[in-house]
Write a protein that binds this ligand. Structure first.
Ligand code: T4K
Length: 406
C-alpha cells in the first residue's frame, strides 16, 4: 500500500512522471559535421564505388595510421571480425588467455575459430587483466595473450609484454574501447603485435559499424590485408585463406566525419566525466572509475562502482529505477563472459578462479555520456541517484515486492 505522503512516489517506478522526457542511452552515437558527411555520400553515389578499398577507406586508413603513429592500419567492417582476422593472422591457436570482464565478442572471436579462451581474473582496482594471474594460467597449449583495454584505460601492457617475451607467446590487444588513448605518452594502437579498435555506433568515434586493425609489423599487415579481402592479391588471384572483413565507403566517410570532430567529442566526454566526478563524490556508496589525467583518454565510459549500504537498494534496483526514469544505465560487463553460453557449459570451472571479476561485475553501473548528454542532464541524473540511494531499505523492500521484470 502507498500513502499520499509516500516519499517513494516521487520516483517513476512508483507512478511519477519520468525524470527525463527522452531516453538517455549509454552509447548514443556522436554526430560530426553532417554537411561534410552528406557531401561525401553524394560523391560515393556519383562515383558508383561503394566498397572494396575505395577512396574513403584509403583516406581513413592513412589518417588513422598518422594519428596513431603506426605503420599500418587496415579498416574492417567491425571489431569482432577484426579480432578474428588478427587472431588468425598471428596465428593464435590452442589456448589464449583473456579476461572475462569484457564484451562477449572478445571471447567469441577466439571460440569461433576453435581456440579455447582461458578466462583470467582482473585487478579489482583497474578492472584490467592481472599479470600475476596470467602467468599462472600458461600451459603447453597456450599460444598467446589477448589483453583488453577495458573502458579505454590501458591494461598492464609492460608486464604483459614481459610475460609474452618470457614464454614466447603472441600478445595482442582488443582496443575496442581505447581509440584516442595513450600509454606512457604513446597512442594505443602500437602495442603488442597488433591492436583492434571498434568504431561501432555506440563508440565515441564511430563509422556506423566498423573497426580497424593497427600494427607496426609489415608482414603481419600484409597478411591481415589479404585475409580481410578473401585472400585476393589481385584480380582473379587468391593466395591466402580469407574472409570478407572490408569496410564500406559510407562507413569510411562516417569515420572521416568523426575524425574531424574527434577533439570536440573528447572534450565533451571529459567535461561530462568531470561533472559526474564532482557530483558522485557526494554519494558515499559510489566511486567513479578514474582515467589517468596525465595520459590521453577518451572518457567514453562513465563507470561507477556501487557498494550498497546494508539493506539498501542493490545495483539492480538502481538500474530498474533509472530505466523507469528514462536513464538507460547499463551493467557492462555483467555477468562476465564465463557466465554466458557457450562458456558457462564448456568451461564450468572458470568461475572458481575469477573472484574479482565476479565481485566487480556485481558492482558496476555504466551511465550515459557523449554529445547527447549535457551537464544539466548530469546534475539531474546524479541528484536522482542520490535520492534513490538515500531511500535506503524502504526502496529495496518496495522494489523486491514488485513483479519481476519481463
Ligand atoms: N571488444 C570489446 C571490448 C567491445 O566492447 C566490443 C563492442 C567489441 C570487442 C566488438 O566490437 P564491434 O564488433 O561491435 O565493433 C554495445 C555495442 O553493440 C558493442 O559494439 C560494444 N562493444 C558494447 C560494449 O556495447 P550492446 O549489446 O550493449 O548494444 P545495444 O544494442 O544494447 O546498444 C547500446 C545502447 O546504445 C542502447 O542502449 C541504445 C544505444 N544506441 C545503440 C545504437 C546501435 C543508440 O542510441 N543508437 C544506435 O545506433 O553492445
Amino acid at each position: 500500500m502507498t500513502s499520499r505522503n509516500d516519499p517513494l512516489e516521487r520516483f517513476a517506478l512508483f507512478g511519477a512522471a519520468p525524470a527525463f522526457e527522452r531516453k538517455l542511452h549509454v552509447g548514443q552515437p556522436n554526430l560530426g559535421d553532417r554537411a561534410f558527411f552528406m557531401e561525401r555520400v553524394e560523391r560515393i553515389l556519383d562515383s558508383r564505388w561503394f566498397t572494396n578499398n575505395g577512396a574513403n577507406v584509403q583516406e581513413l586508413e592513412a589518417a588513422l595510421a598518422a594519428y596513431l603513429g603506426v605503420r599500418h592500419v587496415v579498416a574492417v567492417c567491425n571489431a569482432t571480425v577484426g579480432l578474428e582476422i588478427a587472431i588468425r593472422a598471428l596465428p593464435m591457436t590452442g589456448e589464449v588467455i583473456v579476461p572475462a570482464m569484457t564484451f562477449i565478442a572478445t571471447a567469441h572471436a577466439l571460440q569461433w575459430q576453435q581456440i579455447t579462451p582461458v578466462f583470467c581474473d582482473i585487478d579489482p582496482a583497474t578492472h584490467q587483466l592481472d599479470p600475476a594471474e596470467v602467468e599462472k594460467l600458461i600451459t603447453d597449449r597456450t599460444s598467446g595473450i589477448l589483453g583488453v583495454h577495458v573502458w579505454g584505460r590501458p591494461c598492464a601492457i609492460d608486464a604483459l609484454q614481459a610475460i609474452a617475451e618470457r614464454h614466447r607467446l603472441h600478445l595482442m590487444f582488443d582496443a575496442a574501447h581505447a581509440f584516442g588513448c595513450s600509454h606512457r605518452g604513446r597512442m594505443i594502437g602500437g602495442f603488442g603485435r597488433t591492436e583492434v579498435f571498434s568504431f561501432h555506433a555506440t563508440k565515441f568515434f564511430n563509422s556506423f559499424e566498423g573497426g580497424a586493425i593497427a600494427t607496426d609489423d609489415d608482414e603481419l599487415a600484409k597478411k591481415i590485408r589479404l585475409m580481410t579481402n578473401f585472400g585476393f592479391a589481385g584480380y582473379d588471384n587468391v593466395i591466402h585463406i580469407g574472409t570478407n572483413g572490408k569496410m564500406s565507403e559510407v562507413s569510411a566517410a562516417m569515420g572521416l566525419t568523426s575524425l574531424r570532430s574527434l577533439d570536440e567529442f573528447v572534450a565533451v566526454n571529459r567535461r561530462n566525466h568531470h561533472a559526474y566526478r564532482e557530483r558522485l563524490s557526494q554519494i558515499p556508496s559510489m566511486a567513479l572509475f578514474a582515467y589517468d589525467e596525465s595520459e590521453r583518454a577518451n572518457y567514453q565510459y562513465v563507470v561507477v562502482e556501487y557498494s550498497p549500504a546494508p539493506g539498501g537498494p542493490t545495483r539492480d534496483d538502481l538500474v530498474r529505477a533509472l530505466w523507469a526514469e528514462n536513464v538507460m544505465a547499463r551493467k557492462y560487463f555483467w555477468p562476465g563472459c564465463h557466465r554466458m553460453e557457450p562458456y558457462r557449459t564448456l568451461y564450468p570451472r572458470a568461475a572458481a578462479r575469477l573472484p574479482h571479476t565476479d565481485a566487480v561485475a556485481e558492482r558496476l553501473l555504466i551511465l550515459p555520456t557523449g554529445t547527447g548528454v549535457s551537464v544539466d542532464d548530469i546534475d539531474r541524473l546524479t541528484g536522482l541517484l542520490a535520492q534513490l540511494v538515500r531511500s535506503g531499505p524502504a526502496l529495496r523492500e518496495r522494489i523486491a515486492a514488485l513483479p519481476p521484470q519481463g
